[in-house]
Design a binder for this molecule. Sequence first.
Ligand code: GDP
Ligand code: MG
Length: 598
Amino acid sequence: MIQKNIRNFSIIAHIDHGKSTLADRLLEATGALTDREKSAQYLDKMELEQERGITIKAQSVRLNYRAKDGQDYTLNLIDTPGHVDFSYEVSRSLSACEGAMLVVDAAQGVEAQTLANVYMAIDQDLEIFAVLNKIDLPSAEPERIRAEVEEIVGIDTSDAILASAKEGIGIEAILEAIVQRVPAPKGNPDAPLKALTFDSWYDSYQGVVVLVRVFDGTIKKGEKIKLMATGGVYEVQKVGAFNPHPIQLSQLSSGDVGFIIAGIKVVEDAKVGDTITHLHNPAAEALPGYQEVNPMVFSGLYPVDAADYDNLRDALEKLRLNDAAFSFEPENSLALGFGFRCGFLGLLHMEIIQERLEREFGVNLITTAPTVVYKVTTTKGELLEVESANMLPEIQFIEQIEEPFVLASIHVPNEFVGPVLKLCIERRGIQREIKYLTANRVMVVYEMPLNEIVLDFFDRLKSISRGYASLDYEHLDFRISKLVRLNVLINGDVVDALSLIVHQDKAQHRGRDLVSKMKEFIPRQQYEVAIQAAIGNKVIARSTVKALRKDVTAKCYGGDITRKRKLLEKQKAGKKRMKQIGSVELPQEAFLAILKVK
Ligand code: GDP
Ligand code: MG
């Protein structure tokens, strides 16, 4: 396709505002879907995505459209992941485009996440036009939302398109807007190759499939290519595009979006943001914006049943094949046995992986409380990256601890501002800004420790705002904080699975909370069980489970021997699920109850 008839665009929308439905309508209207496919939402590939209504992996499709001007156009729709954890991937997808369509629910208005992504698009000089979706809803107020979008986002909305993806209204107007408003790509097909990798995934038949946007040059089957950031060299086996089914093409040229298959074994070797060039006659420099993505949130994953350990490892390896942002290594806990310490981009990423392990691989998991990465300087001057409380050196060897801070933007209706501010303060937030977006909508911006966000902040936010608040955050920096390791001890032995890194001011409260929860779940034993919470040697909370000699067969009156045997067997089976902490046996249920179990 000649460049002047190519349009590369993205859809920016808050979750549930109708991005996927609208994208499917565009596929339908351009004849890309068969009747059978029309019944299912095509663009949300994974079952999990469909159920949770989120888009996890970017997926791009090529649409052929004959516009009202009589010319044929190739419209490349580049889908973006819809969650804060994936903002780097979103930024790379957007940089593959010349334009973006901002979809806003005409009954809901602009949300925090939408705004973050629109600003990203504005930063990259994309042409942006607005679509007000769901105008079929009785509660839709397109005129009010039109003004709101203009005021908040700062783009001209006088020609915003009114649409209903559900009823198929406004679809042609959208296709025409893409042709007329999104600029054609500008690149030189004869210059040295520069192609941006903006997504990749593992396919068991073909190896890694890499989605690219070609900026300069031309790429063909049989050519030797080089990935500029990782240094990997490969031979191109296939190039093509998704329509939405894969079609093979003879080449991809400047302006084109499509896939490359080149015998790449793992997605880690085809990193998002990397630039592909030719091995011979390479580009002088890579495209801007490449970043290494590092896990920011960690948690321990343990099989509920120790026999599942190998299954769990196999499942983690499979997921890793397809997800370069996810990491894991074996970890051993006294309380929980053998498991893995896993790293994630953020909380949603963590939940997605946990859910897939359960659902697709059938492993029951115990997960420890999520932690962030701390930078610890020891008294000897060493710098450590600590991702779990158990890795933290003893208090006397620590010079300082730094924790990651984020800039959190929360959008909330007026009436809930009070509780939201209170929550942010509770979570050690530092206020940056409170701004009235409209008469009834407020944007609250806080600098906050990520540590305070990973612990149920989002759930709390939703509950105090009756579901109306939306949250977006970006990483700021690392700051020195007064953090301590909080241990729970059972008869003097540390229960490693329950150790936490907390702010000094919160240690007391958390300690008491853990001790009282533990007490609830530890049954009386032959001897007294002391439960303590401590920082170093200093006990800050304690409780005791009184001794009790329990003869389970006493109530059988010595009569029915089979019943007695059954009871003994039952007791033995129960024992198997006990975990030994020092001299005390604890039921696994105690951990299941305190840690998150899926
Ligand atoms: P996404 O999260 O932005 O991809 O949103 P979806 O496309 O999955 O849509 C979210 C929900 O809104 C789904 O239940 C859709 O059926 C519904 N929806 C999407 N577009 C419309 C519309 O134009 N009108 C109405 N009434 N519902 C819509
Ligand atoms: Mg979707």
